[in-house]
Design a protein around this ligand. Structure first.
Ligand code: PLP
Length: 432
């Protein structure tokens, strides 16, 4: 059901402005560095810089400037405890206890760590279950982990097929949970279509068959709520530079359910030690009794610092309100697209039900690559292209206004009506 049909003129800029006036989260926009000359719709790929994130980065830099090595234990944010401090701040976003989360490494490295830890082929249970729509890096990591065991990934990596190239059916995934599967790794949200998988159901079904299961939260954390502990998800990992606005290359996160604390990390390193033991410098590894055990080496302190400020904003706005606005503003965008662009052959490629859709609108079009170029170069809208035919538009609830969404759809209409996209080749750029 559309939420804008009651107003006499729900497709007008006046209506968009009215929604902005009623938007409780609107003040958070002032916390961000928004370009005055363009509209940013790419927060699902790289979130924007906030003033708080800038401030905490400068504070950490200053500790280095003033205190040198003593920054490890002194200053506003002692570096030795920063991963744990950020974990406690992140835990509410994933429905976990502080000890079940750690901020460390990068997404793909964390996946390697978790697979190295939890993939234990035994008897006929030697296969890993994934899906054919997942992000390539995850698939490469799984393939290489299988090779380390001497398995042929073509045979041992089972990828659940999508029926339509957009979505996965939970029933199909469950049907693939055979007694040959040792481990399951799935996205929480599919990066193209934005489909939210039913993590609770999939976890229960995996466990009923004696299979461990973990989720990639890159496109879900900071966008939708999770209850990892309550659902008993075994592990998860995510980046912090998309919806969590921690900056390019920002340090990533992982979650390990407390029932697995004490399991030896597949890839051990001294930052996985108990804090009180780490500097004993013994060759006997005393692993932390928390998710901290899955850290490897010295954390990238400067790449973690912006997350401190950014997570403050999430605590203030609350995930509940962010999700509420996100659902509302993406619905608004879809309504406008249907009304304004109906003659231009776009297909909305994300799920339409609220429980199954996430923070971005996935627009499909055969000329998607060059429509994106026209959006950016001629109309000053920053979209996100995903090959072969997807325009992702993310009205991020912390800093996107309803007027931004209205403008975006109008400019998209201009590009289509005037065929402005024909000035560009329909191929992707190096970084898309
Ligand atoms: C963004 C993203 C990644 C990125 O991994 P990095 O190691 O941070 O480069 C991995 N998986 C998914 C699903 C993503 O969306």
């Amino acid at each position: 059901m559309s939420n804008i049909q009651q107003d006499p003129n729900p497709y007008s800029i006046e209506y968009a402005r009215k929604l902005d006036e009623q938007d409780e989260l609107a003040p958070f926009r002032n916390e961000f560095y928004l370009s005055p000359d363009s509209i940013y719709m790419d927060g699902n790929s790289l979130g924007l810089l906030s003033k708080r994130a800038e401030q905490t980065l400068l504070e950490v830099l200053n500790a280095w400037k003033i205190q040198g090595i003593d920054g490890w234990t002194q200053g506003a944010h002692p570096w030795f405890y920063l991963s744990e401090k950020l974990a406690a701040m992140s835990a509410p976003l994933v429905g976990a206890d502080a000890e079940e989360v750690i901020v460390t490494g990068s997404t793909t490295v964390n996946l390697h760590q978790l697979v190295a830890t939890f993939y234990k082929p035994q008897g006929i249970r030697t296969k890993i279950l994934a899906d054919e729509l997942n992000f390539p890096s995850d698939i490469y990591a799984l393939q290489s982990q299988l090779k380390l065991y001497g398995y042929d990934p073509d045979e041992h990596l089972v990828r659940v097929a999508s029926r339509d190239g957009r979505f996965l059916h939970e029933d199909d995934i469950i049907a693939a949970m055979t007694d040959e599967i040792a481990l399951i790794v799935l996205p929480a949200v599919l990066y193209r279509s934005g489909q939210v998988l039913d993590m609770k159901r999939l976890t229960a079904e995996a466990h009923a068959r004696g299979i461990l299961i973990g989720f990639d939260g890159c496109h879900s954390v900071g966008s939708i709520p999770h209850q990892f502990s309550e659902w008993e998800v075994d592990f998860a990992f995510w980046c912090n530079y998309k919806y969590l606005n921690s900056g390019p290359g920002g340090t990533a996160s992982l979650y390990v359910n407390r029932k697995h604390h004490g399991t030896s990390p597949g890839l051990a390193g001294w930052f996985g030690s108990r804090k009180d033991k780490q500097f004993d410098m013994e060759h006997q590894f005393h692993q932390a009794e928390t998710a901290g055990a899955f850290q490897i080496g010295t954390p990238n302190i400067l790449s973690m610092a912006p997350l401190l400020g950014s997570l403050e904003l999430f605590a203030e706005a609350t995930l509940e309100k962010l999700r509420q606005k996100s659902l509302h503003i993406t619905r608004y965008m879809m309504d406008l697209i249907e009304h304004e662009l109906s003659t231009f052959n776009f297909t909305i490629g994300n799920p339409l039900e609220d429980e199954r859709r996430s923070g971005h609108v996935s627009l499909e079009h055969q000329d998607a690559a060059r429509i994106c170029k026209a959006l950016k170069e001629l109309q000053h809208i920053v979209p996100d292209f995903r090959a072969p035919n997807i325009i992702r538009l993310a009205p991020v609830p912390l800093y996107t206004s309803y007027s931004d969404v209205w403008e975006t759809v109008q400019r998209l209409k201009t590009i289509m009506a005037d065929k402005q996209y024909e000035k560009f080749a329909n191929t992707r750029d190096v970084v898309a």
